[in-house]
Design a protein around this ligand. Structure first.
Ligand SMILES: Cc1cc2nc3c(=O)[nH]c(=O)nc-3n(C[C@H](O)[C@H](O)[C@H](O)COP(=O)(O)O)c2cc1C
Length: 161
């Protein structure tokens, strides 16, 4: 009995000091995926990819075409592309949220993911990171803070290539 109690006490301490961090990301062409993998490795964190139920094709990603799927979504603040699978964020205190910059902010699928996980995200620390073709991350973080004021957003990080 005494041994069991000691074992449970040790397990409880181990669990409480274990880093409860998850890296959640969306990546259309692999750049953010590579950044997310590096962060997860460095943080010894769980890695989770947000996948669109309907994957983005090259034509969908054509930002020069005003009628492409990405242009239509980014022009509609209410667009919420469907996600393939839901994430269990319950065990995690810190959540890195990664995305490519689209039209200066995060792709709408990030909104889908956040909306799907409200209100469980409240009280957790959210750390945005992004990759881009040159834009900074600041505007996207400002947008996230304004859109989800009840959530705790840290300053974002742009991950270079
Ligand atoms: C629809 C679309 C819009 C984009 N808008 C921007 C932008 O506003 N600023 C920028 O620097 N890069 C922009 N990019 C480039 C991506 O942010 C960049 O290539 C990113 O690293 C891609 O990440 P991924 O491979 O994880 O999808 C855009 C790309 C796409 C497909």
């Amino acid at each position: 009995m005494r041994k069991l109690l000691i074992f449970l006490a040790v397990a409880a301490v181990a669990m409480s000091i274990e880093a409860k961090t998850i890296v959640v990301y969306f990546s259309a062409t692999g750049t953010t995926k590579a950044a997310a993998e590096n962060i997860a490795k460095a943080e010894k964190a769980t890695l989770w990819e947000i996948e669109a139920a309907e994957p983005y094709t090259d034509a969908d990603l054509d930002w020069r075409n005003k009628q492409s799927r990405s242009s239509l979504e980014m022009n509609d603040p209410e667009a919420r592309p469907t996600i393939k699978q839901c994430t269990n964020i319950m065990p995690y205190d810190t959540i890195f949220v990664g995305y490519p910059i689209w039209w200066g902010i995060c792709p709408r699928i990030i909104n889908s993911w956040i909306d799907n996980n409200l209100p469980q995200l409240e009280g957790k620390t959210l750390v945005p990171f992004a990759t881009s073709g040159g834009s900074g991350v600041e505007q996207s973080v400002e947008y996230l803070r304004k859109t989800y004021p009840a959530l705790t957003w840290q300053d974002g990080q742009l991950i270079g290539r």
